[in-house]
Design a protein around this ligand. Structure first.
Ligand code: SAH
Length: 219
């Protein structure tokens, strides 16, 4: 019990430092900052790295994948809060479920796709333990999209591709927001608004992500 309390206090002070760093880097949305202060980020990374969970670095989450550093997660979420309606969102790359957890607090409904079965299962378990109940999980390939008809206010992809899969743009409402890292012409994460057949670029920022890969990994 005393040890649990010690762990909690320790992670709280690390989380507070993380929030100060985010503010220094231009993240100002109060509800996002207070949410990130309370989410136990140390539970989302590989146990051997939990002491680094609040540091400004990407970290292993298993299966050779990484959780993005806090600033990247915060920036993408801030773009959504600024430009998107908070109805329904499709996320590709559930990974540890950390970004999913943040989205679930702001959007009415989150649909999330992960190609690695082990990560998909772990994220689902972790988030249900945290009481998150407005997320639909799919073990699938984001290139294919959601298996049933889905129309969303926003799409967020947390793996880097060379082009935007059609399945992801098709399910986005007109006026909806797409956030996705692309490796061409150089690695950047972009935020666009769908305007009929046109796309308006709202934001962009340099970024590194693991690649978006084809097909499923089952085990
Ligand atoms: N947002 C996650 C980190 C994502 S890392 C978090 O907060 O932890 C990128 C994830 O995308 C990895 O888990 C990887 O397996 C997954 N991924 C890569 N290509 C994919 C695809 N085509 N469809 C679904 N998931 C994919």
């Amino acid at each position: 019990m005393a040890e649990d309390l010690h762990k909690l206090k320790n992670s709280n002070s690390k989380a507070s430092k993380m929030i100060v760093e985010l503010q220094k880097h231009g993240i100002h949305n109060e509800s996002l900052l207070s949410l990130m202060l309370t989410i136990p980020r140390h539970d989302f990374v590989e146990p051997a790295f939990s002491h680094l969970a609040y540091s400004a670095t990407p970290l292993p989450i298993g299966r050779n994948q990484t959780i993005s550093q806090p600033l990247t997660v915060a920036r993408m979420t801030e773009w959504l809060l600024e430009y998107s309606r908070m109805g329904r969102i499709l996320e590709v790359g559930t990974g540890s479920g950390y970004q999913t957890c943040i989205l679930s607090h702001f959007f009415n409904k989150v649909h999330t796709i992960e190609r690695q079965q082990r990560l998909f299962e772990r994220a689902q378990k972790r988030l249900s333990q945290l009481g998150v109940n407005n997320v639909e999980y799919l073990h699938g390939d984001g290139h294919v999209g959601w298996p049933t008809t889905l129309t969303v206010d926003a799409v967020i992809v947390t793996a880097m591709a060379s082009k935007i899969p059609l399945a992801l743009t098709d399910c986005l409402k007109d006026g909806g927001v797409l956030i996705m890292p692309l490796d061409q012409p150089e690695p950047m994460i972009g935020c666009w608004r769908k305007m009929g057949v046109q796309w308006k670029c709202l934001e962009e920022s340099p970024a590194q992500f693991v690649p978006m890969l084809e097909g499923l990994v089952c085990e």
